[in-house]
Design a protein around this ligand. Structure first.
Ligand code: IDP
Ligand code: MG
Length: 139
C-alpha cells in the first residue's frame, strides 16, 4: 500500500525568484497538508550528503553548487498516495518535458535549477524528512 508522506524542497532558483508562496499555494491546492516546514540554507557537506545517491553522476558538482547557492524550503507533506501524486504535481525533471500545469513547467529554469524536489519512494520520503526534522517537529 502506498504511504501518505512525501518530502519536498523548494530549491534556490524558486526561493530567490520569489516563487515560494505561489509554489506552496499549488501544493496546498493539490490537497497536501504541511506536517513540517523550514526555511534554511544547505552547506556543501549537507547538499552532498542529501544527494549522495547521485555522487557518481556527471552533474553532481553542479547540483551541489546550485543547491547551496541560495535558501531552500524543506517540508514534509501528507496526502493519500503522497509520493506518486507529488511527482505528478511537480512534473518531469527537465522542465521542457514537464506537463502543462506542473510546478516545474511553471517555475523551473532548467534541468538543474528545476524549482522543487520530490521524494521518489516512501522509504526515501522518510529518510529525507528525517534529514531535516526530528519526529517532535512533525505537526
Ligand atoms: P528528480 O529531482 O526529478 O527526482 P533526479 O534524477 O533524482 O531527478 O536528479 C536530482 C536532481 O539533480 C534534479 O532534480 C536536478 O536538480 C539535478 N539534475 C538531474 N539531472 C541533471 C542533469 O542532467 N544536469 C544537471 N542537473 C541535473
Ligand atoms: Mg530524484
Amino acid at each position: 500500500m502506498a504511504g501518505n508522506i512525501t518530502f519536498t524542497m523548494i530549491k534556490p532558483d524558486a526561493t530567490t525568484a520569489g516563487n515560494t508562496g505561489k509554489i506552496l499555494d499549488k501544493i496546498i491546492e493539490a490537497g497536501f497538508t504541511i506536517k513540517a516546514m523550514k526555511w534554511t540554507k544547505l552547506s556543501k557537506e549537507e547538499a552532498g550528503r542529501f544527494y549522495a545517491v547521485h555522487s557518481e553522476r556527471p552533474f553532481f558538482g553542479e547540483l551541489v553548487e546550485y543547491m547551496t547557492s541560495g535558501p531552500i524550503v524543506a517540508a514534509i507533506l501528507e496526502k493519500d498516495n503522497a509520493v506518486e501524486d507529488f511527482r505528478t504535481l511537480i512534473g518531469a525533471t527537465d522542465p521542457q518535458k514537464a506537463a502543462e500545469g506542473t510546478i516545474r513547467r511553471m517555475f523551473a529554469q532548467s534541468i538543474a535549477a528545476n524549482a522543487v524536489h520530490g521524494s521518489d519512494s516512501d522509504e526515501n520520503a522518510l529518510i529525507e524528512g528525517a534529514f531535516y526534522f526530528s519526529s517532535r517537529e512533525h505537526a
